[in-house]
Design a binder for this molecule. Structure first.
Ligand code: ZN
Length: 177
């Protein structure tokens, strides 16, 4: 479920920046959110697939759901391209959200082809959860609560509010000038 990917990725990325003291900004959060949904572009019925202007149909036909987009090699390619060409908080967020999604699916019963194209074996954690099951719901709520707890702490909240006000100022400047 896209909501769980979104919630777990936001919680993990918030936990990460509070440990390494990276600014938790709106563009970073937007990147994490997009990245956490991106691997499911291989499923036309997914949240992002329905908004992909037909790209998901093409990827799904060629690789199927939980194929190449759920592999470490695809993540590495994304990481190298994005961070070498346009390194910024948004692209860093995409790379983090992307890998959090793969990790999330690795813990699901269906698993993911981690080492595609070396092999096409779906690998999963010894402890798994069923997609759309009760455990997933619990994971979702824990992630939402963790995110709220971490983001409302001053350390993350201050740069977050600052980045929002910066955005509003820039929008106003654009319309006024
Ligand atoms: Zn997925």
């Amino acid at each position: 479920m896209y909501k769980t990917h979104l919630a777990t990725s936001i919680a993990l990325s918030a936990a990460l920046v509070s440990t390494v003291s990276y600014p938790f900004t709106l563009s970073y959060l937007a990147g994490v959110s997009l990245g956490s949904l991106l691997p499911d572009i291989d499923e036309p019925r997914s949240f992002i697939g329905r908004r992909s202007f037909g790209i998901s149909v093409i990827i799904n036909r060629k690789f199927g759901h939980r194929g190449i987009t759920h592999s470490l090699s695809m993540w590495l390619v994304t990481l190298i391209i994005l961070l070498l060409i346009i390194p910024n908080p948004f692209t860093l967020g995409i790379c983090l959200g992307y890998i959090f999604h793969i990790i999330g699916d690795y813990f699901s019963v269906s698993g993911v082809p981690l080492f595609y194209p070396i092999d096409n074996i779906r690998r999963k954690s010894p402890v798994t959860y069923t997609t759309s099951g009760k455990v997933e719901k619990v994971i979702y709520y824990i992630s939402v609560l963790t995110s709220i707890f971490l983001i409302t702490k001053e350390k993350l909240l201050t740069p977050f509010v600052e980045s929002i006000s910066e955005l509003i100022i820039n929008i106003l400047r654009f319309f006024i000038s």
